[in-house]
Design a protein around this ligand. Structure first.
Ligand code: FAD
Length: 466
């Protein structure tokens, strides 16, 4: 029998490719194989090109404030290609009472702005003395309890823009574990953040004032990222894994027509795909998972090209909280953010429809989706002429929802990994849902693989941006 491969990675999406990248960096001699079921790598990241328009099936970009992503770009030379749209220049809008309002880019500035009434501002300060509730809560219940319900439309917009999710179902403990830990430790989020800021300032006395991060993409679109990462890797596409099995210290992986053996196995899949293998694996120490599957939010992107009569306000785009009862969850003003994504004299706008709260909208035919989206948008933006280009993109990938009960699933995964040597579980949903969450956890997995130890996640306070 052939010697086992050092590391076998299932999944050639961003996570699998990033684990391979960092592991190659830490252990150039390691034998790594990636198995990917699609005919090309990239998973949820894929760009769309037609008639001079460049849109995205999935991710539109990521913020440049995470070390692992910056390192990945620098290692691959992609930092030289990157297109950047800084948050302090490219403003965003929130739809309130049927109108677009310029929204300050972080929670502190929102509270100072006149979008929030004086009594609501004072209510936010109650966070300083309200006792933390230890039980798991939805984001909506938690935010209303700590800061008052006036802030809920803003919280809704953040979670619509990231999870396409429902704040009445998402778990604060899973979505913002760092902020929750700070609250429980210091008794107040505001106090915790102030103390954290003070100690950071003491550490870097003369460090320059931190600027807001920038959104990053590439002239060819986000698809460029997996394309470059996949080069020089032992990546086998169109290979679908059917089962995993632990035989002593070796992992056996069966595909449609072959078996692979490996000393270490990385599941770099979205949560539900991992759960499928973990629940049916044999030879492993595994207790029953607390959740059989995780809900996913699906969206459609309606890409629309407009001519010169369109007056799309400058900035990233807008988000509409559920209370506004609009057809689209929001839209990206793509050609403002990243010029060159439409033919000369034209603009591209990408509207997002559906999400966790409106799966029924995904059932609509393309022409109805386009018409309803245009009717919705023209009430908010001056779009006197209909779009000259339209394309409805229906991604295969849903966004995993970290809802109530999710922390129990994470605890289960921790026990599973600790009791099954050589098993690593990361990917879409486990440590969060954004590209930066994926690169950070993939780098940690690669470091743990190189050190021959189990991977440990870190709970940190993430910035909240619109
Ligand atoms: C619509 C949408 C919009 C998004 N927008 C943003 C954004 O603007 N910014 C941002 O930061 N993030 C965004 N994200 C999230 C981001 O795309 C993900 O964090 C990231 O792509 C996840 O990568 P992954 O490799 O973990 O998972 P995936 O991309 O799901 O990759 C998993 C891979 O495993 C393969 N696979 C599955 N089963 C098997 C099997 N049995 N055998 C072999 N291979 C298998 C799949 O084909 C896939 O290629 C968005 C996601 C979606 C869906």
């Amino acid at each position: 029998m052939e010697n086992p491969i050092d590391t076998l990675i299932i999944g050639g999406g961003l996570t699998g490719l990033t684990v391979a990248h960092f592991l190659q960096k830490y252990q150039p001699e390691a034998k790594i194989t990636i198995l990917e079921k699609s005919s090309s790598p990239g998973g949820a990241i894929r760009s769309f090109n037609q008639d001079g328009y460049l849109a995205e099936w999935g991710a539109h970009g990521f913020l440049d404030n995470v070390e692992a992503s910056r390192e990945l770009l620098a290692d691959t030379g992609l930092d030289k290609e990157a297109q950047k749209a800084p948050l302090d220049e490219f403003v965003r809008y929130i739809c309130l009472n049927g109108k677009l309002n310029l929204i300050p880019q972080n929670p502190k500035k929102i509270i100072r702005s006149n979008l929030v009434s004086l009594p609501a501002k004072l209510r936010v300060l109650a966070d300083l003395w309200i006792k933390p509730r230890r039980e798991e809560q939805t984001v909506a219940a938690w935010a209303a309890y700590r800061f008052g319900s006036s802030l809920l439309p803003f919280v809704d917009a953040v979670l619509t823009g990231t999870y396409a999710g429902d704040l009445n179902r998402l778990s604060i403990d899973a979505v913002f574990p760092g902020i929750r830990a700070l609250e429980l430790e210091k008794g107040s989020v505001i106090r915790g953040l102030l103390q954290k800021r003070k100690s950071a300032r003491v550490k870097q006395e003369n460090a320059p004032q931190k600027k807001l991060p920038a959104m990053v993409s590439f002239p060819q679109g986000m698809g460029r990222l997996p394309e470059v990462l996949a080069a020089n890797k032992n990546l086998l596409c169109s290979v679908e894994v059917k089962s995993i099995h632990k035989n002593g210290d070796v992992w056996e992986v069966r595909t449609t027509d072959q078996s692979y053996r490996a000393n270490s196995l990385v599941l770099a899949l979205s949560v539900n795909q991992s759960l499928f293998f973990l629940q049916s694996a044999s030879g492993m120490t595994v207790e029953e998972s607390p959740l059989a599957t995780v809900p996913e939010a699906r969206i459609v992107t309606i890409a629309m090209g407009f001519g010169e009569t369109a007056e799309i306000p400058f900035g990233f785009g807008y988000l509409a909280p559920e209370q506004e009862k609009r057809f689209a969850m929001g839209a990206l003003f793509s050609t403002h953010m990243f010029p060159g994504r439409a033919p000369k004299g034209h603009m591209l706008l990408e509207a997002l429809v559906g999400g966790r709260r409106h799966p029924e909208k995904l059932e609509l035919a393309d022409d109805i989706l386009v018409q309803k989206t245009y009717d919705d948008l023209r009430q908010l933006i001056h779009l006197p002429d209909p779009p000259v280009f339209t394309k409805v993109l229906r991604p295969d990938h849903g966004i995993p929802q970290l809802e109530i009960g999710y922390p129990r699933l994470l605890a289960w995964r921790k026990r599973l990994v600790e009791s099954n040597r050589g098993l690593y579980i990361c990917g879409f949903g486990w440590e969060g849902i954004g590209i930066n969450d994926m690169t950070k956890s993939a780098k940690q997995v690669a470091a743990a693989l190189a050190a021959g130890i189990a991977a440990k996640g870190e709970t940190e306070v993430k910035g909240v941006y619109f």
